[in-house]
Ligand binder design. Sequence first.
Ligand code: PHE
Length: 416
Amino acid sequence: MYILTKEGERYLEDGLPEVRLIKEILSGKTSMKELQRLPYFTIGFMWAKKNGWITVSDGEIKVEAKARSAKPELEAALAELSKGNEVGLKLIDTMLSRKLIEERREIPALNEKEILQLTPEIIKSGAWEKVPFKKYDVSLRTPDIYYGRKHILRMALDKVSRILIEMGFKEMEGPIADAEFFVYDCLFTPQDHPARTQWDQFSLAKPKMIKALPDGVVAKVKAAHENGGDTGSKGWGYKWDREVARRMVLRGHTTSVTVHYLMEHRKPPNRFFSIDKVFRNDSIDRTHLLEFYQIEGWVMDDGLTVRDLMGTFGEFYRKLGINDVRFKPTFNPYTEPSFEIYGKHPKLGRWLEIGNSGMFREEMLKPFGIEARVMAWGLALERTLMLLYNYDDIRNLHGTLCDLDSLREAPTIWEY
Ligand code: PHE
């Protein structure tokens, strides 16, 4: 049985704050400043926003069409409950969590002949054979219990790494903070490339610079940038600066980890992957966060072609249950040809970029002493998850704005 709390009683009388707020706005008050004077503004605003009833821009509040037609079902539920009528469980939960109602347990009259608590004496004496036990009331509601569980992103990560291991890949590990040399220079990315600015990457204050760079490779990378060295290329034609290459940054892609591994595994065949955090100075929106997980991978073999690359992706995504993928030619300083990979979002209906890939250029491989062909890619784990589970806002998945309720209720469907 549920009864209204003081707050619940008050709302029953005056209306819910969010409903009152909507009425005020619809009657012409739209300036945030003015509305803020209403005594119920804070609570009303919070719930109206949460319900998706309003949007705010330039200090003006706009009521969404959804709210104009919405029946304030919570108000109706309060009224029903106050009359002693039944109300749906979802509404009960909402009202309980907003403390508009509380549970009133009916305490049954104690019948002395009924045993409430089983004790050793009752068993030993044999009394249990004769007396009736109090029956369980299985219709009583129990509190929801949220036990510890794996985050859906972690489940996806485990699943993806399992698939890649099945496909013969070994896992790589590398530093989160690294010198620009490994993040960009080794990837034949010129030092004036826009990705290498404060607008795109996070620099480290301490240490600002890496102590040592691998000298043998440095000379070759420098030559590749300046005039192509012995890579058969003309290079970028500028003066390469070692100090720029020494700057420490948070890696903007895990291709820096690939670089470390390529230097150590120069002879084919090789297959490596990693699923790890990368950091970018992006603007946050429904498909972007400042940090995300990248699924990085590369295959080294003689005679690899773009067909192998596409075939590998086809297999990988099929194993994940994504059949609709498309490739779009793009440019990366370190791959040629290069392809963006798109998957179709079932709810948003649009093609979402889920990764980037290509065949590493000679300008990049030759300085490491690699003669074989290498195909490589970087995919976003979160975007892949959005496609698979219909998430339409990456911010609900992780970060400070994540939606705890939906994370708690996320299905456990990944086998791993
Ligand atoms: N580093 C690229 C990115 O972050 C992904 C990529 C990796 C592309 C390897 C090609 C080859 O988008």
